[in-house]
Design a binder for this molecule. Structure first.
Ligand code: AMP
Ligand code: MG
Length: 355
């Protein structure tokens, strides 16, 4: 596997992340075309949720709307980070066994994410955190846990054992269990950001939460569709562009965060809960196009774990989303609805696509 852009991902410093996001955004907006002066673009950038976030909005109220959105994202970061000792999630993870009280918002998100985790049949488990810790994905101090260690830790991974008490807003977890909301937090924040903008009367915007969650809403000032570029996870360029008049594009990829072991193997941050090992089921990335960002975020992580065949099966059985898969053997696999809105670039423009 080529690792041409691995250096800044391996050390996600603010500077590196900014440079990366600036590159992504440059393309998004270059492709976005010209903006009439009457509907000037307002932009806001911030570093939160461990990523560089770029927000753009058009029209009346855009300035105030984006100000409110960045405050909202920072607030959510404070609530949902698993590593910030002040966050509610951190305190829940550090708590003794027994019911732990959380805010209505955290309770609601955990309940919704657990519902999704159940629906997706074990591909995502919020309780995967002890396994992530063992690999060092939360600290950057990477190591390869032994089979025995993983076997032991996997006993703590079972979302079905989390008890929620609706009337008292408490979460009860077995001893040693810890939750990680990394698979869904950006999606949730994106939905809240959109809600904040709509409340401020803003209806035309593009929200880019670190390129892995990008939401476009409303019509662009020039009347054209939004164009969202997808990075090629195994190159420096782009795999293609999605044209949309309002959708969320969520991407999960192994090469977003990984390390190379002494054995030369690549170990990435999305874990297969069945094995405790990085999920290697034929994909290097999967992108989903959905209406709702929380759902898209959860789904892309789950499909990455499920792999090529199960993604195709799940799509046929459930539908309600479109996908773009990039496989380890260099193929681009598109659902029918994605084919209609996706223009391949780079190595995929030359090689053609498969449906
Ligand atoms: P995403 O970038 O949305 O695909 O989420 C990946 C993040 O979710 C990882 O960095 C971990 O924090 C967390 N994660 C990894 N594997 C799983 C899993 N199987 N279930 C739930 N969360 C996971
Ligand atoms: Mg996700």
């Amino acid at each position: 596997m080529k690792r041409l852009f691995g250096s800044f991902i391996l050390s996600p410093s603010e500077r590196g992340a900014k440079a990366y996001a600036a590159l992504v955004l440059a393309l998004v907006f270059m492709l976005g075309g010209c903006v009439p002066l009457s509907r000037k673009q307002v932009k806001k950038e911030l570093f939160a949720m461990d990523t560089f976030i770029s927000l753009s909005a058009y029209g009346e109220g855009a300035d105030e709307g984006l100000e409110a959105v960045s405050e909202e994202i920072e607030r959510l970061d404070g609530l949902l980070s698993a590593t910030d000792a002040e966050s509610e999630l951190y305190k829940l993870n550090a708590s003794e066994s027994g019911p732990f009280s959380v805010s209505g918002e955290t309770f609601g998100l955990i309940r919704e994410a657990l519902g999704i985790s159940e629906k997706l049949g074990g591909a995502i488990e919020l309780s995967i955190r002890p396994v992530l810790l063992a690999w060092g994905f939360t600290t950057g101090e990477y190591r390869i846990p032994s089979e025995e260690e993983l076997e032991e830790l996997l006993k703590l991974v079972d979302d079905g054992r989390i008890e929620l008490d609706e009337s008292n807003l408490t979460v009860t977890m077995p001893d040693g269990m810890q939750l990680d909301l990394g698979a869904v937090a950006k999606g949730y924040a994106c939905d809240r950001a959109a809600e904040t903008l709509e409340e401020a009367g803003v209806s035309s915007y593009l929200l880019d939460l670190g390129a892995s969650t990008v939401m476009a809403r409303g019509t662009k000032p020039d009347g054209g569709k939004w164009r969202i570029a997808l990075r090629d996870p195994e190159g420096e360029g782009y795999a293609g562009v999605i044209e949309t008049d309002g959708a969320v594009v969520s991407t999960s990829g192994g090469t977003e965060r990984y390390f190379t072991g002494e054995d030369g193997e690549i170990y990435w941050h999305i874990i297969d809960p069945a094995t405790g090992l990085p999920a290697k089921n034929g994909l290097v990335s999967v992108t989903v196009i959905t209406e709702n960002a929380l759902w898209g975020d959860a789904l892309s992580t789950a499909l990455f774990v499920m792999g090529i065949d199960k993604t195709e099966e799940y799509y046929k059985a459930e539908g309600g989303f479109e996908y773009v898969m990039i496989t380890e053997d260099g193929r681009l696999l598109l659902s029918p609805g994605a084919e209609a809105v996706f223009t391949p670039l780079g190595r995929f423009a030359e090689g053609g696509t498969e449906g």
